[in-house]
Structures are given as structure tokens and as C-alpha cells.
Design a protein around this ligand. Structure first.
Ligand code: SF4
Ligand code: SF4
Length: 446
């Protein structure tokens, strides 16, 4: 696909035509002034510099489809499928054209016109919304890894037959035995005096792939005086949104709103930037659902990212010294403006002896969201490789992020391109600092 244009596009006409579909993003798509400033910040363009890989190119083609000059299916393979919906382009865009949203809506429209791939539809309806199905798959995958069945499938090349599931197992690597939900059962009490009661939005992906990060976040919140309640939730619906399945996205939001309605807490908090950001949009997702709109709004307006919450309220736990050189990779799903993007940095800056080193292109996507690594393997690898050129140049020995897709992707990148660099969730670093302080205090009481 590299460098090849989308399929034949009929010539443009000057006719002003009413939008055929996607009325909600048509105006935004029309605001692109073709300045091209988005090129340099788009991870797909910098690794494959052709026009349709830019926000400008994608938005223009989607607009052509809306106005009837081409069909969405003409741009499905390429402009629509390679976009990471990371929104890094917005940072360079004066009219703030929301390309990620426009591409997501175009994918939804395409699926509404042509139906969903069977496997994807099954996963969104029968696995991701069901905690039991996820637990079963986790047990099965782990058993395959522990008994060597998975290694055998890999050696014989049969793991390819498992499709996206097999690719995900490969990508995530060894699965920890205990999920985040299980780890949450044996956490300490909140440090007195209690500052508030939080409902924890466990991400279903991090629950299985990096549960130690979620457990670390909970320990840090408890050490800082917050009580933590852990409701059993379905998937937030973000993967369905990214891949354009509006119905599945809405159903998962409804299921979670029904659960969270009964959870009596002051605020809701998550430690996966993309998943938490999606909960913040529940008011929009369920705006047209009379039965759930008010509760969805309540969820959206009370949800915070854990770093955002702790940076706002201030750290109370004593932090011990860590002699680490840390680079911070910023998940794309953090808001472009405002204090949330710098929350991790502000928290880590309080750790004695820890040095935060600059990271080039820190806000550029690592190529890891969702199943991108599987659907666009060459593109994903090229983006990851570029990311690690910057990591190595930074001289960091620890690379910090706050998103599970990034955590898994960056772990793979470190293994290939920078084996001495450890990849950690920001709350794992804070947890280690608190533990260091506790150890020191046990040896030298205050
Ligand atoms: S959303 Fe990301 S990948 Fe898509 S055009 Fe913008 S910067 Fe490029
Ligand atoms: S920066 Fe924005 S306005 Fe300029 S070309 Fe890109 S999308 Fe269009």
C-alpha cells in the first residue's frame, strides 16, 4: 500500500451539494484551509510521505465522499485504515480540524453502509462486554503460554490461524497470573484522614495485559488518602468506537452507565488515558438515549484520569528517592491543551533525585493503539522504530507512559531497539518511590 494512491477518484466538481451522510462532521471537515502544517506532526505521513497520509488528504477525501464524488469504500484501504485517530495533527492545525473524529465517524458510516467484519462484530458483542468471557479467554491464553502450547503454535506457524486473537497474545507477551480485579481484593486501607471515595474504572485490556500497573495506581491513591471502590465493568466501548461499530460502542456505554449508577462515590478515576478519555465522552455517546442520558452525563462529568486527580489534589504520601533518568511519552488521547497533559510530569517532578529528560516527538503516537500493530504491521513498526530513535537519543533508562496500548507497544519496542530501557506506567514509578520511602523509614524511623 506504501505510496499507492486510493482507487480511482472521479474529477472534482464545483457543485455545492448537501451532505449525503456524516452531517455532524461535515462542517468541521470543510474548515481545512489546506495549509499542510499537519504533515510534520502526523506519524503516518512522516513514515510514508504521501498526501493521503496527512490529515489534509484524509479530510479532503472524506469530504469528497460526503459530497458524492467518491464512495467511502474507495478510501477504506489506506486513508481510512492507516489513520491512528491520534489527533496529533490538531496541535498544528489553526482551525482545529478534528481529523481523528472525522475518520472515526467515516469508519462508522462505512460499516453502517457495508456491515461489520464477522470476527470483529463477535468480539464486540460476545467477548468485550462480558467479564466472564474475558476471564475465560485470559485463563485459556495463559494456560497456552504456561504449558508451551503457544510456543508450539508459534514454532509451527499455526498461531497465524488464531487471527487477531493470536496476534494479540503475541503482542502482549506473557500474561500475569492475577488480573487487576483480583489484585484489588488484597490492597491496604486508605491512609487516614480519608480525602474522598473513588470509583475505579478498570480498563479491560490493562486488567489482563498490565494488571501490576493498575494495582500500583490503586496503592498510590490509597497511600494518598483516597478510598477505592472497584466496580466490575464491561469494556468502555473504545475499541468499537475506533473501529467504527457505533451500535456496540453504545451498548457497552449503556451497560457501564447501568453499573456506575449504583456506585456511590465522589469521583470516578481511571489510569488508562484512552479508556478514561472515552468515559468522559459518555454524555455525547448517549445524548440521544432518554433513559441513560442523565446518568451518562453524570459519569462523564465525574471522570478523571488518575494523574489528573492526584496532580490537582496534591500528593500526600512521602516519596523516596529514585536515581533514574526518565523520559515521558505522552499518550495521544490526552487533551492537546490544559493541565492534564502535564499531570504526569508534575507528579514525577516531586520524586527526589529523579531526573526527567526531554524526549523528541514525545506527543507523537507510538503506533500501538488498538489492533493497529496487527492491521498495519509495517506502518506500526516504522512508527515504533522512529519513537525509539528518540528514546535512545534522550539517554533515559526508564520510559514512562499512562496508557496500556502504549505500555505494551513500547515494551515491545524496548525489547527490539533499547533493551536496557525499562517501560513503566507513571503510577508504577510513584508506587516504587513510595515504597522506597517506606523502606527507608523502616530502617531509619523519623
Ligand atoms: S489523527 Fe493522527 S494519524 Fe490521523 S491524520 Fe491526524 S496525526 Fe495523522
Ligand atoms: S493543519 Fe489543519 S487546516 Fe492545515 S491542512 Fe492540516 S487539517 Fe487542514
Amino acid at each position: 500500500m506504501r505510496g499507492s494512491p486510493p482507487r480511482t477518484i472521479p474529477p472534482l466538481t464545483d457543485l455545492a451539494v448537501p451532505p449525503r451522510f456524516l452531517e455532524d462532521v461535515y462542517q468541521a471537515a470543510s474548515e481545512c484551509n489546506k495549509c499542510s502544517l499537519c504533515q510534520a506532526v502526523c506519524p503516518t505521513y512522516v513514515t510514508n510521505p504521501v498526501e493521503w497520509e496527512t490529515a489534509r488528504g484524509r479530510v479532503s477525501l472524506i469530504r469528497d465522499a460526503i459530497e458524492g464524488r467518491i464512495e467511502l469504500r474507495d478510501i477504506a484501504d489506506g486513508p481510512l485504515s492507516t489513520c491512528l485517530t491520534c489527533d496529533n495533527c490538531i496541535a498544528a492545525c489553526a482551525p482545529r480540524v478534528p481529523t481523528g473524529l472525522i475518520v472515526s465517524r467515516a469508519r462508522m458510516e462505512l460499516h453502517e453502509q457495508e456491515g461489520h467484519p464477522w470476527g470483529q462484530s463477535f468480539a464486540f458483542r460476545s467477548i468485550l462486554p462480558k467479564a466472564g468471557a474475558l476471564r475465560f479467554l485470559h485463563g485459556l491464553s495463559r494456560a497456552a503460554q504456561v504449558t508451551g502450547v503457544h510456543a508450539l503454535l508459534r514454532r509451527t506457524g499455526l498461531s497465524h490461524w488464531l487471527g487477531a486473537g493470536g496476534a494479540l497474545m503475541e503482542h502482549v507477551g506473557p500474561l500475569p497470573r492475577q488480573t487487576a480485579y483480583r489484585r484489588a481484593r488484597s490492597l491496604p486501607l486508605a491512609t487516614a484522614p480519608v480525602r474522598g471515595r473513588l470509583g475505579f474504572l478498570v480498563c479491560c485490556y490493562q486488567n489482563l495485559a498490565a494488571p501490576q500497573a493498575t494495582a500500583a495506581t490503586m496503592r498510590v491513591l490509597l497511600a494518598n488518602g483516597f478510598e477505592v471502590v472497584v466496580p466490575q465493568l464491561a469494556c468502555s466501548g473504545l475499541p468499537a468506537k475506533s473501529l467504527g461499530d457505533r451500535e456496540a460502542m453504545t451498548d457497552m456505554a449503556v451497560a457501564n452507565v447501568d453499573i456506575l449508577r449504583e456506585v456511590k462515590v465522589d469521583l470516578l478515576v481511571g489510569d488508562v488515558a484512552s479508556c478514561t478519555a472515552h468515559y468522559k465522552t459518555y454524555d455525547t455517546v448517549l445524548a440521544g438515549d432518554e433513559r441513560h442520558a442523565a446518568d451518562a452525563q453524570h459519569v462523564a462529568h465525574r471522570t478523571l484520569l488518575a494523574s489528573e486527580l492526584l496532580a490537582d489534589y496534591g500528593q500526600r504520601a512521602i516519596l523516596g528517592p529514585l536515581r533514574w533518568r526518565v523520559a515521558i511519552d505522552e499518550p495521544c488521547s490526552l487533551p492537546i491543551d490544559g493541565p492534564t497533559r502535564s499531570a504526569s510530569r508534575r507528579l514525577l517532578a516531586e520524586i527526589p533525585r529523579l531526573e526527567i529528560v526531554p524526549l523528541g516527538e514525545a506527543a507523537m503516537c507510538c503506533g500501538g493503539p488498538g489492533m493497529y500493530f496487527h492491521e498495519q504491521p509495517d506502518r506500526s513498526e516504522a512508527i515504533l522504530q522512529r519513537k525509539f530513535e528518540h528514546v535512545v537519543a534522550s539517554g533515559a533508562d526508564v520510559l514512562v507512559t499512562e496508557n496500556v496500548s502504549c505500555l505494551v507497544q513500547l515494551r515491545n519496542g524496548a525489547a527490539r531497539y533499547a533493551p536496557r530501557v525499562r517501560v513503566m506506567h507513571v503510577f508504577e514509578v510513584l508506587d516504587e518511590s513510595i515504597e522506597t520511602a517506606q523502606r527507608r523509614n523502616a530502617v531509619i524511623p523519623e
